[in-house]
Write a protein that binds this ligand. Structure first.
Ligand SMILES: Cc1cc2nc3c(=O)[nH]c(=O)nc-3n(C[C@H](O)[C@H](O)[C@H](O)COP(=O)(O)O)c2cc1C
Length: 250
């Protein structure tokens, strides 16, 4: 890996505000090719990417992403899908019996789609293009799939907005490396470990501001009470699972 590539990875941040500058077709093609080059299970490429550039289609998608403005303001919106449809049909025309409509292959195709997505994001960032993932695609998978004309055996996994950065946000902090890396075997966290690992993180001015604005007593409560409350998690979990079943992916 080149030093520049490592610098890109270590200094990247999510970009949510974009200029009007268009992404050249050849740059977009390179980004999409970087996704295709990524490792994938059995080289079956169990993913598909829907490219949205027309403003009316971005506006329609934006509504389904709960109005997150980067969807309509980005030059390009990518919806990356777990896709066993193409391979299933390929097996059928070659008189081979497909059996990819089960949880294992839903998981594998989701991993394929995720790795492909991250390769595209890294390629975009290497070209100076900003990117933002949108998890709202999983909450609204069914209406988004309808809008994008996704057939059976295809489920959206993530959405990525792309555009040249209008503003460069500050680098967000992370927990210390020891919080997420385990030597040889998993060392479960004691309360003391958690106090130590989260101590500096919780003290950060950006986190303190976030807690105050959310009117909560600590960061954990911001997540459980405001950001991802149980009721929403259960509702969206059911909707996604039901849709995956409807698509014959489970
Ligand atoms: C699965 C996933 C879903 C995300 N969903 C959203 C989203 O809906 N809206 C948004 O503004 N950012 C979203 N993000 C971006 C994260 O908020 C962001 O990566 C995180 O806060 C860390 O910031 P950084 O990427 O600038 O380091 C998502 C990222 C991932 C990986």
């Amino acid at each position: 890996m080149s030093k520049e590539m490592l610098d890109t990875l270590l200094s990247r941040r999510t970009v949510r505000e974009y200029t009007d500058r268009k992404i050249e077709k050849e740059d977009l093609d390179k980004i999409l090719e970087a996704g295709m080059r990524a490792s994938n299970c059995g080289n079956m490429q169990l993913y598909s990417t829907i490219v949205t550039r027309k403003q009316e289609n971005k506006d329609a998608l934006c509504k389904l992403h709960f109005g997150q403005p980067m969807v309509k303001n980005a030059d390009v919106v990518l919806t990356v899908c777990a896709d066993v449809n193409r391979f299933h049909k390929y097996c059928e025309i070659r008189n081979a019996k497909p059996s990819y409509n089960n949880f294992l292959w839903f998981q594998v195709s989701t991993i394929d789609a995720t790795i492909c997505s991250q390769a595209m994001v890294t390629a975009a960032e290497t070209l100076g293009i900003g990117a933002c993932y949108l998890g709202t695609v999983t909450y609204m998978a069914k209406p988004i799939a309808e809008l994008l004309n996704l057939p059976k055996h295809v489920v959206p996994v993530t959405t990525i907005t792309l555009g040249y950065p209008a503003t460069m946000p500050e680098l967000t902090e992370r927990l210390p490396l020891e919080a997420v890396v385990h030597d040889e075997q998993y060392q479960d966290y004691t309360s003391e470990d958690l106090e130590r690992l989260y101590e500096d993180f919780e003290k950060l001015p950006q986190i303190q501001k976030y807690i105050k604005e959310s009117k909560q007593e600590n960061l954990a409560k911001v997540f459980t009470e405001v950001r991802y409350p149980e009721k929403d998690s259960l509702t969206f979990s059911k909707a996604y699972m039901d849709f995956a079943k409807e698509q014959d992916m489970m």
